[in-house]
Write a new protein. Structure first.
Ligand code: FE
Ligand code: FE
Ligand code: ZN
Length: 278
């Protein structure tokens, strides 16, 4: 079965997202762990969380993906921004235990002039502080387009973060199809080669999720502008290959395309029609 969902708004609560997912043919979804522009997190209603867990069990959902705020930058040269990253991630990971066994995705960060080595070591410091032994959440590093001083533009950078983190059994990777193409991994012409490289550098066992986005920009543009599935430089044929690839087909796929709920429903139906049952 194709495990597919999209980014949903958390504003109506947790069970509401589960119901929306079902109504558009999804069996998972992504949501922001808190306001993406920063600020305090809303308390989770335990009953609402419980209701979502029940709905997920009854409908054989794949794991959910919480996305950390974009403003979070554990590699920042500004101490206050780093402190916010630490605080927000730590709080989010505690709260995630109300929805045990799911996943939490974050952008590794931008070193804003400190250099790659320093940035990576700051990210490792944050992870070594916020991860805890008995957590049930898997924390995913997202592959980035390499805009500005973004870290996570190469598999090697992700590998260094994983290697430096003490509790790295809690870590995985989320490949964003728009981001890696923008970063210079040619998944249009050489998907096999890129996945082989990922396996060599990071290991495919670390790959836990895929963000499915087409790209508004050309190969290696380092821009990060998502496009609707099939309408960008990746093209529909690439997505057909991705969702059916033996190394990927069992993973959960999350759409972050420029769509409202109806558009997501159409994309989910389209992707299901391209999924080969075997
Ligand atoms: Fe992201
Ligand atoms: Fe993404
Ligand atoms: Zn993006």
């Amino acid at each position: 079965m194709l495990n597919i969902g999209c980014h949903l708004s958390v504003s109506g609560g947790y069970k509401n997202m589960g119901e929306t997912a079902l109504s558009i043919g999804a069996n998972t979804f992504q949501f922001f762990s808190r306001n993406p522009r920063g600020g305090a997190a809303k308390a989770i209603d335990p009953q609402d969380a419980e209701n979502l867990i029940t709905l997920m069990k009854e409908n054989s959902f794949a794991p959910l993906l919480a996305h950390a705020p974009y403003t979070l930058n554990p590699a920042s040269n500004d101490e206050r921004i780093r402190a916010f990253a630490l605080d927000a991630m730590s709080g989010d990971l505690q709260r995630m235990e109300m929805l045990p066994g799911n996943m939490y995705n974050f952008h590794p960060g931008s070193h804003v002039g400190l250099g790659e080595d320093k940035g990576i070591s700051l990210i490792i410091d944050v992870l070594n502080t916020v991860l805890f032994e008995d957590m049930t959440t898997t924390v995913l590093l997202e592959t980035m387009a390499g805009k500005g001083s973004e870290i996570g533009r190469s598999f090697e950078q992700l590998k260094r973060i994983i290697d430096g983190t003490k509790l790295n059994g809690k870590l995985g990777v989320c490949i964003d199809t728009c981001h890696i193409y923008d970063a210079g991994y040619d998944i249009v012409n050489n998907l096999d080669g890129v996945l082989h490289e990922f396996d060599d550098v990071v290991g495919l066992t670390r790959l836990k999720a895929v963000h499915l986005n087409d790209s508004k920009n050309i190969f290696e543009s380092h821009k990060d502008r998502h496009e609707k599935i099939g309408e960008g430089s990746l093209g529909l044929e690439t997505f057909k290959k991705i969702i059916n690839h033996p190394a990927l087909r069992g993973l959960p796929f999350y759409l972050e395309t420029p769509n409202e709920t109806d558009g997501y429903k159409e994309e989910i139906a389209l992707l299901k029609s391209l999924y080969e049952v075997n």
